[in-house]
Design a protein around this ligand. Structure first.
Ligand code: FES
Length: 278
């Protein structure tokens, strides 16, 4: 659980996105695309789920990429090589179903670009034609473009304000692609509104769409019920039934509301952390 290396991918006043590699030999041996770990930075800290972006069994390391959004990710982002995490659990969740689909589109919004990386590599290795669509708010926040170009046949980068790549949203590019050609699978990770829009659009074209849901988690093992989501009207737990689900069945409104539940406490904790009182 030692931090082996750390790189700040984005360090702007608006956002900080950090990549860390951890020494976790057991996890690195079995981790597959789509799986995640639950991280506890400190003994009394909360547990946060983070996608395993890369696993190197030879070196015994796993790589995580996260945006500093709440208290725990800020603490994680403040660690240096040589520091230790309090606890790390994984690999958790079902791996993404990787097989030869044909033509696959991966959609990553914001830090979701990191989460589609292992899926892009695995889909490509399986012989799929991979198109990646990456969406960011602006040029400063663009991450992993080159890495995704190396594991995709085609990459489109969009920014909301047009400061880099094409101006617009990921669904705009997705619509163009679906109008122009035939695709066999869409896989999307990112903010809930983005995944919801991808899902609504893909339904019009009748294309199977998988989303990796970012529900709040506590134990990560199916015991607490915190990561509950409704899919086709049935209760599912993201940690043990997911995190991948058929987008067509997800109750997006419920997910959005549940993800906001701890926002006031999160804001308060972050304020204390900034003031050095946390
Ligand atoms: S995190 Fe507790 S049930 Fe999934």
């Amino acid at each position: 659980m030692r931090v082996v290396s750390k790189k700040v991918l984005v360090g702007s006043p608006a956002a900080r996105i950090v990549r860390i590699s951890l020494f976790a030999p057991e996890i690195s041996k079995t981790a597959k695309a789509g799986q995640f770990v639950v991280v506890m930075a400190e003994e009394k800290g909360e547990r946060v789920p983070l996608t395993i972006v890369d696993a190197d069994a030879k070196a015994g390391e796993i790589t995580l990429i996260f945006q500093e959004a709440g208290l725990t990710t800020r603490i994680l982002g403040s660690l240096s090589p040589g520091d230790n995490l309090h606890a790390l659990l994984g690999p958790l969740g079902h791996a993404t179903q990787i097989k030869k689909y044909g033509k696959v589109i991966l959609v990553g919004g914001g830090v979701g670009a990191a989460e589609i990386m292992p899926v892009a590599r695995a889909m490509k290795d399986e012989g799929n034609h991979v198109t990646s669509i990456l969406g960011f708010r602006n040029k400063e926040l663009v991450i992993l473009e080159e890495e995704l170009r190396n594991s995709s046949d085609k990459v489109y980068v969009l920014t909301d304000d047009g400061s880099y790549g094409d101006k617009g949203f990921t669904v705009d590019r997705l619509k163009k692609l679906l109008d122009e050609g035939k695709y066999d699978l869409i896989y999307a990770v990112g903010p809930v509104p983005m995944m919801k829009n991808v899902s609504l659009l893909s339904r019009e074209y009748d294309i199977r769409t998988i989303v990796s849901l970012n529900a709040l988690m506590v134990d990560g093992t199916g015991m607490c019920g915190c990561c509950r989501v409704s899919v086709f009207g049935r209760v599912k737990f993201s940690c043990v039934d997911g995190p991948d689900f058929d987008a067509a069945g997800v109750d997006w409104e419920e997910l959005e509301n549940r993800n906001k539940v701890y926002n006031p406490q999160e804001k308060h904790a972050c304020k204390l952390f900034r003031e050095g009182k946390g």
